[in-house]
Design a protein around this ligand. Structure first.
Ligand SMILES: CC(C)(COP(=O)(O)OP(=O)(O)OC[C@H]1O[C@@H](n2cnc3c(N)ncnc32)[C@H](O)[C@@H]1OP(=O)(O)O)[C@@H](O)C(=O)NCCC(=O)NCCS
Length: 185
């Protein structure tokens, strides 16, 4: 069975690996829904200082590792997923879902009731699979100058479910009846 991903906050040493997978995800996956010129415009001007950016704007950038290599990352600020990318060589192994689920858990922990994302069209199927729905299409200017159609999406963050009563916490009068019915030892 393949090893599950390990998730951790990024460090400055991850910059080059994250830049590489980010570019590959945009250029190789993005081109499924955008033209080559559009994905090059999207990938234009990226640099490796993810840790610095994270500190500067307060977002949490989390890396996903498989077999010791960084294969994905998420960039989350408050109730918004600002970016979530997985190297195309490691797609469809649950890395993206793992990053998203961890982002949802943090958002819930901070009291948010709804998550939002402005999704590239190449990410819409994934975001639907993890519970988002489309709100409206908007136009997103990229660093390279071209404007990409993208989709604003939201997802409700269901409150944490309180654990149900345990067997030992059931009211005592219920127990004899259950024992007669063979429902409890
Ligand atoms: C979209 C992306 C993050 C998915 O990462 P991933 O690790 O392959 O996703 P997972 O394996 O965790 O898949 C989770 C679910 O999404 C679905 N999914 C993943 N990619 C999909 C796609 N391109 N189309 C439709 N569904 C997709 C999977 O089938 C899976 O559903 P399931 O669990 O019900 O079977 C990754 O392919 C990527 O970085 N793409 C390019 C960049 C991009 O568009 N990122 C979003 C920018 S806003």
């Amino acid at each position: 069975m393949p090893a599950p991903p390990i998730f951790r906050p990024i460090t400055p040493a991850d910059g080059a690996a994250i830049l590489r997978l980010h570019r590959r995800a945009i250029l190789l996956d993005g081109v499924r829904t955008y033209s080559p010129a559009m994905v090059h415009s999207w990938a234009d001007g990226m640099n490796a200082d993810y840790a610095g950016r994270s500190i500067a704007c307060g977002s949490l950038i989390e890396a996903a590792e498989l077999h010791g290599a960084v294969v994905g990352f998420s960039d989350v600020l408050g109730d918004e997923i600002r970016g979530l990318f997985v190297d195309p060589g490691f797609s469809r192994r649950g890395v993206g879902r793992g990053l998203a689920e961890r982002a949802f858990a943090r958002m819930r922990h901070h009291g948010h009731e709804r998550a939002k994302v402005t999704a590239a069209l190449s990410g819409v199927g994934f975001y639907e699979a993890v519970g988002f729905r489309a709100v409206r299409g908007v136009r997103h200017p990229t660093r390279g100058g071209m404007v990409l159609p993208v989709l604003e999406m939201v997802r409700e963050l269901e409150p944490k479910v309180a654990p149900g009563p345990t067997f030992m916490s059931w009211p005592r009068p219920l127990l004899p009846g259950l024992q007669r019915a063979g429902g409890a030892p």
